[in-house]
Design a protein around this ligand. Structure first.
Ligand code: ZN
Length: 102
């Protein structure tokens, strides 16, 4: 039985390293931005995170995050979830059926 291969061990263990890539205005009224997205890209695996913000100006002046969407590389997501602790064990010992590649 062959070992199942998992990529991106650093991102799975330490989480992504985000770099701000872009902001996009989704809606504005009379020159006032009401809704925008901020796109972040992981410098290791190139996962994209797109945060959506609403600019609240009535009564309170705040920028509120209202949504987060991720766009992963093809081989990143694991059906049924991913066991980070088992991955660490595989990296330290090689004694699991998990094979981790960089
Ligand atoms: Zn990453």
């Amino acid at each position: 039985m062959s070992k199942k291969v998992y990529a991106y061990p650093d991102c799975r263990d330490m989480r992504h390293g985000w770099v701000h890539a872009d902001d996009t205005v989704l809606s504005e009224t009379q020159g006032q931005v009401k809704l925008f997205t901020r796109t972040l890209v992981c410098f290791r695996c190139e996962t994209k995170r797109i945060d959506t913000y609403r600019v609240a100006t009535r009564g309170q002046h705040r920028v509120v995050k209202i949504g987060v969407k991720y766009d992963y590389p093809k081989d990143y997501q694991v059906k049924g979830g991913f066991d980070v602790e088992a991955m660490r064990w595989a990296l330290f010992t090689g004694k699991t059926k998990m094979r981790v590649v960089s």
